[in-house]
Structures are given as C-alpha cells and as structure tokens.
Ligand binder design. Sequence first.
Ligand SMILES: *Cc1c(COP(=O)(O)O)cnc(C)c1O
Length: 794
Amino acid sequence: MPTPPELRSALLHHLRYSAGVEPDRASVLDWRVALSHVLRDRATAPWLEAARRTRDEGLKSVNYLSMEFLPGRLLEDAAINLQLRDAVVAAFDDLGVNVADVVDDEPDPALGNGGLGRLAACYLESMSTLGCPAYGYGLRYERGLFRQHFEDGRQIERPDEWLSHGDPFSFTRPETAYEVRFGGELDEVDGREVWRPATRIIAAAHDTPVVGYGGRWVNTLRLWSALPGGDLLDLDRFNAGDFMGAADLETWARTLNRVLYPTDTTDLGRELRLSQEYFLTSASVQDVLRRFLATQDDLRRLPEQAAIQMNDTHPAIAGPELIRLLVDDHGFAFDGAVDLATQVLSYTNHTLLPEALEMWPVDLMRHLLPRHLQIIERLDRRIHEVHGHAADEVHLIEHGHVRMGDLAFATSHRVNGVSALHTDLVSRNLFPHLEALTPGRLINVTNGITPRRWLKLANPALADLVTETIGPGWESDLERLRDLEHHAQDPGFLEAFGSAKHQAKRRLASWLADEHAIELPLGSLIDVQAKRLHEYKRQLLNILWTVSRWQRIKADPEADWMPRVKIFGGKAAPSYAAAKDIIRLINDVGRVINDDPETRDRLRVVYPPNYNVTMAEKLIPAADLSEQISTAGMEASGTGNMKFALNGALTIGTLDGANVEIREQVGAENFFLFGLTAEEVTARREQPDHARTAIEQSQALQDVLQAVAEGTFSPDEPGRYGSLLDHLWTSDWFLVAADFDAYNSSQELVDRTYRDPQRWQRMAVLNMARVGCFSSDRAIGQYMKEIWDLPPAQ
Ligand SMILES: *Cc1c(COP(=O)(O)O)cnc(C)c1O
C-alpha cells in the first residue's frame, strides 16, 4: 500500500511526464490527468494478473453485452476500491491542491439513459469485487446522453462533450480491432451461403479497468469505436471526381458511434440504431471467439470458457451472429451451431412496455444484415420442426417484423426478469408460449446496486457511522447491515444516524447553492423523486399532489404543516412531448409556489437540471422520503428505490417492481404503501370512463386540475397544459386520478410519522439494515450460479 509521500511523488511524476507541466503552472485538469494515471498505474498490476490467471487457469469468463453503461465518475470509485482514498486526499493536501476540485473536474460519462446502463455498471463492479472474470462490452459514444438545461421551465438539450479533454483513465488498443460488415448480397457457392457485404467498418477497442473492492481483481470495460474499413476514402469514386461521395464511408463510420439514442425505450425502426446494435454485437462476439481460440482449438468447448449475457434485446442479434460465425467461418452444421450458441447465450428482459419491445422490419434486416435474416428464418422453421403444434403460437417473425425478444429467448439457455413481480408478468404476458416449450428457462434475478458507490462513496458520513457501529466488512458483505438492527432502539445511535442524514443535507444544500443558486431549507422533510421522466413513473402524480398541498396550506395557513421540499431530478427523451410537458409543469408550479410568501417556509419545489450519476450521489443521501410511485405493473424493478433505502430514506411507493420485495424485507410497517395493484390496474383500465369517474370522486384533485386549467401556473398562456389535462380526463392510462386520494392519505401519514423524529429514524435504520440483499454482489452471485455456470469467488 503506497504511503501519502509515495503517492505525492507519483502525482508529481505524472504531472510532469503525462500532463507535461510543472506544479506551479498546473491546472485542475492537469492534476486530474496526473491522478488518473497514478490510479491507473495502481490498477494495472492486478488487472494484468487477473488476465494472466484467467488464461493460465482456463477460467470461464462472462461477456456482458450492453448498449449502455452509466458508470459515473471513475476516479474516486477506483481510489476507494484500491483502498487509496485517504492516502490520495493526504497527498493532495500535502501538495496544497484542493482534492474536491480535482474530483469535480472529471466528467460523468453519460453512456446510458438510466437504470439499464447503471445496472450494467453496478454489475461490472460486482463481478470484479467477486473475482468473476468478465468483460463489459459497449460502445464508446462520442457524445453521451444530452445535457439538460431549463429555459422558461422547458427542457433544452445540449450535446455532451465528455471526451473533449480525453479519457486518461483508459487504454486505447488499436491492435484489438475487428471488421464488421453490413449490407450487400448472398450467394450460394458449393451449397454454402456466402455473404458479400457492401460495407466494412472497423471496430477498435478502448479498455477501462474496473477495479473490484479491495483491489484484488480487475475486469475490463471494452468500448468499441468505429473506423472506416480498408481505405479511408473510396478511391474509385475519388478518382472519378466524386470527392464528397468518396468520404461517405468515413462519415457513416463516424456516425455509428457519434451519439447514444436518448430514449430509454427504443427508437423503433431506425436503421442507425440497428447498425449500432450489430456493430457492438459483432465486434464483441468476434472478440470472444478470438480470445477463446488464442488458447484452445475446439470451439465445441466454448461453453466451458465463455458466457455471453445480453442486457435486454439490444444485442439480441448475438444469437444469429454467433451461429453465422460458427457455420460460415468454422464449418459447423446449423443445428450444432444453434445448440452451442444457446449454451453460451443468456438474456435479461428489462421491460414489458410495448413501445420498448424491439421489432425490426424484415426489409430493413434484409437490407442491412441479409445473412442474419436468413438464419433467423431458419431458426423459426427449426422451432416448428422440433416442437410441432406446441409451437403454433411462436413466431420469431410476424407481420413483417423480426421480434427480437422472442429471438433472444429462443437462442438463450436462460432468460431472466429483474424482480419477482416482473418475472411473473414476463412469464404470463410476454413469453407464455416460448416458456411452455422450454420450462425452467425463465428465472428471476432481482436487480441490485453496488454498496461501494451508493453508500461508501456517496454517503461518507453514514458509511463511517456504519463502520464505527458494526465494524468494517459490510462493503463486500452487505447482509452484515442486519447488525444495525440491534442499535435501532439505541437513542445515541439514532441521534448519530440523524446527524449523518443532516450532514448529507448540508452537503446537498451547499452544492445546490453553489451550482444552481437554489436555497435548501434544512429543517424540512426532504422528499425526492429522481429518475427518467416517464408517464408511467408518474412524476405528474407527485407534482399534482404538490399543488394540492399548496392549496391546502393556503386554505388553512394557521395549521401546523410539516415543512417539505419536493426535489425532482430527471431528463425526458427529446421527442417525448408528454414527458416534456410534465417537466415544464413542475418548473411552472415551482416558480409560483416558491415565490408565495404565504407558503414558502412550508413548501418548496426544487428541480436541478441534468440528473446524472453524480447528482444522484448528492440527492440520495440527503433524502428522507423516496418516491417510487409508478403505475403498478409497469416498472420492471427499479434500482433507485434500493439506493434510497440503503441510504436511510423511507419509501412511499406502489406494489411495483422491486418495491414489492423491498417492502417484504423492511417490513410493511416501515414502508408507505398506496395505490392499485398490477391486477387492479388491468381491471380498472377496462372500466369505461374510469378517468372521469375517479376525478369526479376527488374534490382535492378537481381543485388541482382547475387551478392548472385556469393558468394559475402559466398566466401568460393559460392553455399550456390543455393536452395534458385532456389526457387525464379522457384516458389516463397511467391511473394518476385513480391513485390520487390514496397517495394523498399516504403522504399525510408520512407527515404524521415524521413529526416523531425518533420513530422516523428507527424506521429508516430498519430500512437500511434490511436491504442488504439488494447488493449487486448478491445478484451477480445468482447469475454466476444459475445462469453462467461459474463457481463462486475464485
Ligand atoms: C439509479 C439511477 C437510475 C435508475 O433509477 P430508477 O429510479 O430505478 O428509475 C437512473 N439514472 C441514474 C443516474 C441513476 O443513478
């Protein structure tokens, strides 16, 4: 373990030889470059050792294919996992450099939209912590998810230039490169299919070390970037005078990893999106085969060495791609290739939302990936040959579209949902026919989060209190938090717990003041809903309730209202008009309420723009109340819900996703439950005019809707929310009206409970103590045993 003086000289060395400046001329960026290199150096020895052991001992490895990774800032996390954080702080102190400025200089790589990409990052970190050999495969988008600004309350998107100062923690590996082919024709030569592609793009690797807790094992996040294949320019066209056209290929290659699609559901039918998916998948599968063939020669043994996990259907072309490579390049018979691919592949389903279920038009598939379409057609025929009439309801291709979920299911030996409720709904509503053909293939693995980032890094005061109370070791054995239960009655501990929460609130307050000029009243109940903007997540229910609370305070200003701050965070997809209306409404309501002298000491709305991992690390530790209020049956799992509970917030929530299991774990008496169940939601939607009926039964909701309709929050444009209101009255697919009164009652119980600080803190401690099972270490342990067939910790 290096001492602070050793780190200090390492920093000075890299400042000089990596950043190329002297200390007296160094900028914050220069110091960050130096720190990146110092930490990367420290990660490299265990990284190379992990790679060597994996090769020499023939360890099976996991290949996690994901179109999104949302890792958050890398440096502090690496320092914590290398157990160097304190030494780094001491070294910078010694150098007279403010370490917080250096940490804050790092961009937050926004290579994902939300939960799905964040899950991939938690899982990669847990695989390293558990010593599970793994590669995370993704795309190195030049521009990550847009940066969000507000103008007159509206969301404005600006490009995210996360690479503008380089990427000093990663290694570029131009020699690790593969050709990925697109388009063209099929020919039959001597009874074999030969694909003559029209376009060839090169995928080149960029590797980021992912350090496990304790620094004993390091895995690789390998992100691909696209280069034009062969000659940079099409010389025939260039010589013929078509200078622009000659550069088309280069343009197209750059476009491939220019941007992340900014929708958390899929942009259906977009050629570029399918190209990106295939680009990721083909390069990664080729890399898996090359790594195998470097030490082995019999590909039939591939399942002993490699598991490929498809994170949602985005890389579902992996099945046809692996089959293609086995048949076309390695001489396998079709059936043998299918069996082998199925043993290697598995698939995680993340959603039931119909708009997110990928279906690619057959014509587009034929145009871009003709050989793969042919393989999919043959797979479809094979299913019907093998299963006969039992497979009558199964169609990989239907109504002119390839159904990627069914394809992923059919080419995987295991499929999993991400919470108990979700898996049950997947089984009943999404894949009942496929599951009947292969009973046991579908299992549940409830999502998890890494306690290193989400407690130790994000909430140092609480993490230190935990260590003082139950000793170290909880970081990699989160069930140990149960020991906190013994302290839930101890007034001294509860006070320390309350004071850690207060410290997190002060940190949030000073960040809000510095970055956004927003004042956070510290004596209030801090109530947070931070996640993507989506109608099913029902930020609308939250803000409408906020209006109702405002109206009631005004109607009875003398009453003893518990002060609240409603904090929102989240981005909407740029094309998602309804979600953008809700953002604007939150900001409009906030402006009026925050300016109202009669209520402003008892109710505030705070909406800092550009929610990302870094902001989550500030909001979550400070929260008293966690809003997990999606329409039941629509949130697959959620992981935000787990982060808040781990940080000692109480949840107000519906019986949806992993909320169900969180409530079981923490105890119903420590969870504010409200709302229709998934079954009741389905039944209610069948009732004619259910929306109008629900509104007419709630005076409070009518008052709110009337205020919005009259332009109370948009006096310059009273009709601004006409379409939003119209939707609520006439269809209300997300059952905002139906759940409004129940939500209000639950919120009133929240207030009453919060009035007794000891009681509240006891409940919060019990939440924290009992959510150890939502560690991503537990989830990865399950994947290793039940899906990847890997032995526990090496
Ligand atoms: C955890 C996380 C999410 C997922 O939140 P949910 O509440 O589960 O939707 C999204 N974005 C960021 C930045 C996160 O950290």
